[in-house]
Design a binder for this molecule. Structure first.
Ligand SMILES: Cc1cc2nc3c(=O)[nH]c(=O)nc-3n(C[C@H](O)[C@H](O)[C@H](O)COP(=O)(O)OP(=O)(O)OC[C@H]3O[C@@H](n4cnc5c(N)ncnc54)[C@H](O)[C@@H]3O)c2cc1C
Length: 415
């Protein structure tokens, strides 16, 4: 048994941000982390053969959220704007998709928020052009890793408004790797226990015991930042159950993503076509992006929401080969040539990962209040944080997760 002031469960950016805030106020913190590293769903691969780190989790800073930009400034990190052309193609690059603006669909969505409904139900009523609606659905599903027959229109409008306040249609990359952010957040004073998966939480007002294979840790209060998928899977036993939080967690949804980054011998596509993003109608891997403005021989494929289904429980080699076939079709090349060009590929199965059980959360229709219910302190003893508990329209992002960790720390400090 080890006694301390506050236990933090999970060393993703939410847990680390909470720790930083509490350590600054002189609290005695222990962080319990199941993995052998910090960062959670921020996972950058640094290898000497890689011109820039390969990001297996978060890659983009969406807009100018102060949670991240303050850190970028504090440590003078190198960040760059994501620039370059977005190309939309049908079957391959010789078949460009004609411009069909999808903004009118999102504008019309604002008239259909009461009562809340799914994006699919909204599309049935939306007066816009059918092609624009199909494209808008693909965008919503790809970006939010969500299903159109589940995701809430109210949540999409809230996210849109929140993004507008932080210049959210711009995107940036941190060149040294996104993992610079969790590294910066980690306060040196905090005690860190890696490889300490919490199996059970026993608690009453003013006292918490976390049971791990490395022992039992005890504190007056705890901030719990495990991902929504972990809470939903019942991977932690609660004595007693924090009912309001677990019920709210079950009404939200965890989205899935297949994401793969290839390192090639050269940028073999750039003479024919260069792009920052390639949006295709191919259902296997609809979206691809390059590292522009950095001209590295790397491309990333992305299949989210319903497009993830075909990767469920499939061997990584099979999925990688499927992605190479898609890329060959899109670039009008031989698949054998794409394979010859491939030096390595990088992939992490977030769905099978027991410490994430999915990529990031989204809000099903009618479930918007669930995020606030998860964020409400339980008996001034348990405080839940993590991207799924963010209530201002930034859930599913790194900056939203950081904000949630700070919010939980402040709730505790206000007591
Ligand atoms: C493929 C992918 C792409 C993404 N792209 C972007 C992007 O471009 N931009 C963006 O802003 N966001 C992106 N995100 C989302 C972003 O990564 C997350 O919202 C954010 O990192 C979540 O932080 P967190 O602290 O809430 O959770 P996590 O990072 O998941 O941290 C929770 C921690 O709890 C630990 N844990 C779990 N169970 C236990 C247990 N029982 N005991 C102890 N510890 C436990 C986990 O190991 C983990 O370290 C992406 C996510 C994925 C998966």
């Amino acid at each position: 048994m080890t006694d301390m002031d506050v236990l933090i469960i999970g060393a993703g950016v939410a847990g680390l941000a909470a720790a930083r805030e509490l350590c600054a106020q002189g609290h005695n913190i222990t962080i319990l982390e199941a993995r052998d590293r910090v960062g959670g769903r921020v996972l950058s691969v640094h290898e000497s053969r890689l011109p820039v780190p390969a990001e297996l989790g978060a890659e983009f800073v969406h807009g100018r959220p102060p949670e991240i930009w303050d850190l970028i400034r504090e440590r003078a990190l190198a960040a760059c704007d994501v620039v370059g052309e977005h190309k939309a193609v049908r079957a391959d690059i010789s078949e460009p998709l004609e411009e069909v603006p999808i903004d009118p669909v999102f504008e019309s969505m604002r008239r259909f928020t009461e009562p809340d409904r799914t994006f699919e139900a909204f599309l049935r009523e939306c007066p816009c052009d059918e092609e624009a609606k199909t494209r808008a659905a693909r965008f919503v599903e790809g970006f939010n890793a969500a299903r159109k027959e589940r995701i809430s229109v109210q949540s999409l409008v809230q996210d849109d408004d929140a993004a507008a306040k932080i210049d959210g249609d711009r995107a940036f990359r941190i060149l040294n790797g996104y993992d610079s952010v969790p590294k910066m957040l980690l306060p040196p004073e905090a005690r860190m226990e890696l490889g300490a998966a919490v199996r059970e939480v026993r608690w009453r007002r003013g006292s918490v015991e976390a049971v791990t294979e490395r022992g039992v840790f005890r504190a007056e209060r705890a901030i719990i930042t495990v991902p929504l998928g972990v809470l939903q899977a019942g991977a932690i036993r609660w004595t007693p159950e924090p009912r309001s939080v677990l019920t709210a967690a079950c009404s939200l949804a965890m989205g899935d993503v297949f994401r793969i980054t290839f390192l090639f011998r050269e940028r073999f596509w750039e003479d024919d076509v260069d792009f920052s993003f390639l949006h295709s109608m191919n259902p296997n891997v609809p979206t691809w992006w390059s590292t522009l403005p950095v001209r590295a021989p790397m491309l990333t494929g992305w299949a989210a929401g319903p497009y993830f289904d075909r990767y469920l429980d499939r061997p990584a080699e099979e999925s990688a080969a499927r992605a190479q076939d898609v890329l060959a079709r899109l670039l009008r090349m031989d698949a054998a040539e794409v394979r010859r060009q491939t030096v390595a590929w990088y992939f992490h199965d977030w769905h099978a990962d027991p410490w994430s059980r999915g990529a990031y959360s989204y809000t099903p229709a009618g479930a918007l209040p669930a995020r606030a219910a998860m964020a409400a302190p339980v008996e001034d003893t348990l405080y839940f944080a993590g991207e799924a508990t963010e209530t201002e329209g930034h859930s599913g992002t790194v900056h939203g997760a950081i904000a949630s960790g700070r919010r939980a720390a402040r709730q505790m400090l206000r007591r």
